[in-house]
Design a protein around this ligand. Structure first.
Ligand code: HMG
Ligand code: MG
Length: 311
């Protein structure tokens, strides 16, 4: 099996994770959570989004979060930005990296950002170049690459087309999203082969949701094609409120555990990552789906019981 020696884990839990939570998480908890993720060794963290609070009330405190987090050398903090207004707010809050997003399918794009794809690409003109002029790097998500909750199958040619358009605007990396978690490894291979024929592999990331339990298998397919940036959300938090039926993101804990077991370096401390997952589970008020987390907590509980019996 041909695999990279190192993978960059792009943590999206504070944004993709918390945007989908029913409970309103206090700003101070979000900031402590981001600090815990950084402490675990994650070096790329999407901390919030500067979108309309009418659309995503969970992240209405984006400016406070962005102003409240500690910045440090070697740590990249990013935020999702849908329009010029979001960019201005992100710049004012000190962001040095942002991400734009659009969908490969028209209906999801419309439901998520209330524009056609053509209108969205045109609106990015007001975001990408001005961000770069302000010294801010821009990443992009293409959502619904592997399937749309409204339209079903999506032609892989659309991901190729949009990746090309986004790169031409100066976006440094395109993250291909399986927004509703329906992708399978063969499909990932097919889409990536087409995209990688036009885009250098370092400029491509993958973003899987784990609705059907195929996210890790999809990562393996991407890794074998040389992809070295993978988005994930600690504990398996997440989902898009405008994609019905979508479950959480691939759990960072599961991804890092698998990569480390395969001798692929990430720079992440798995024990500290589990602590960040526990923190998130406590403030969102429910168990998180990460399998590694469940196994780890189960092992700890068994060890505790054994120690109590022995004492
Ligand atoms: P709209 O309603 O068409 O826009 O929304 P509008 O210009 O008419 O503005 C509506 C209201 O929002 C106005 O306020 C604006 O001022 C305000 P009002 O006058 O009604 O009080 N507004 C803003 N406020 C703060 N920050 C802003 C902003 N822009 C407008 N930036 C809009 C269009 C794009 C704003 C809206 O559709 C929106 O915010 N959508 C974001 C939805 C979202 O965040 N979805 C989840 C992220 S995508 C995802 O999860 C997928 C991903 O993870 C990858 C994958 O899994 O595939 C990335
Ligand atoms: Mg997502």
């Amino acid at each position: 099996m041909k695999l990279p020696e190192r993978v960059t884990v792009y943590e999206v839990g504070p944004r993709d994770g918390l945007q989908n939570e029913a409970r309103n998480v206090p700003t101070a908890d979000k900031i402590a959570f981001i600090h815990a993720l950084a402490e675990a060794g994650l070096r790329h963290i999407e901390i919030t989004s500067f979108v309309s609070p009418r659309w995503i009330p969970q992240l209405a405190d984006s400016a406070e979060v962005a102003r409240g987090v500690r910045r440090r050398e070697g740590l990249t903090l990013s935020a999702l930005v849908p329009n010029r207004r979001g960019l201005d707010a992100a710049l004012a809050a000190g962001m040095k990296e942002i991400a734009v997003c659009l969908s490969a399918s028209e209906t999801h794009n419309k439901k998520n950002i209330n524009k056609t794809i053509a209108e969205t690409l045109a609106a990015f003109g007001e975001v990408v170049a001005p961000a770069q002029a302000a010294g801010v790097r821009v990443r992009a998500y293409v959502s619904t690459v592997f399937g749309c909750p409204y339209e079903g199958d999506v032609d892989p040619a659309r991901a190729v087309w949009l990746s090309r358009e986004l790169r031409a605007m100066g976006v440094y990396q395109v993250s291909l999203g399986d927004t509703i978690g329906v992708a399978n490894p063969r499909q990932v291979e097919r889409v990536l082969e087409l995209v990688l024929a036009e885009v250098p592999v370092d400029d491509v990331a993958v973003h899987f949701h784990d609705t059907q339990g195929t996210a890790l298998a999809n990562c393996l397919a991407a890794l074998q094609l040389g992809v070295t940036t993978i988005d994930a959300a600690v504990g398996g938090l997440g989902g898009c409120p405008y994609a019905p039926g979508a479950a959480g993101n691939l759990a960072t804990d599961d991804l890092v555990a698998m990569l480390h077991a395969m001798d692929i370096a990430t720079g992440v401390d798995l024990d500290k990552l589990v602590e960040a997952s526990r923190l998130a589970a406590a403030f969102v008020g429910h168990d998180l789906p990460s399998k590694y987390l469940k196994a780890h907590l189960g092992k700890q509980a068994r060890a505790r019981r054994q120690a109590e019996r022995g004492a």
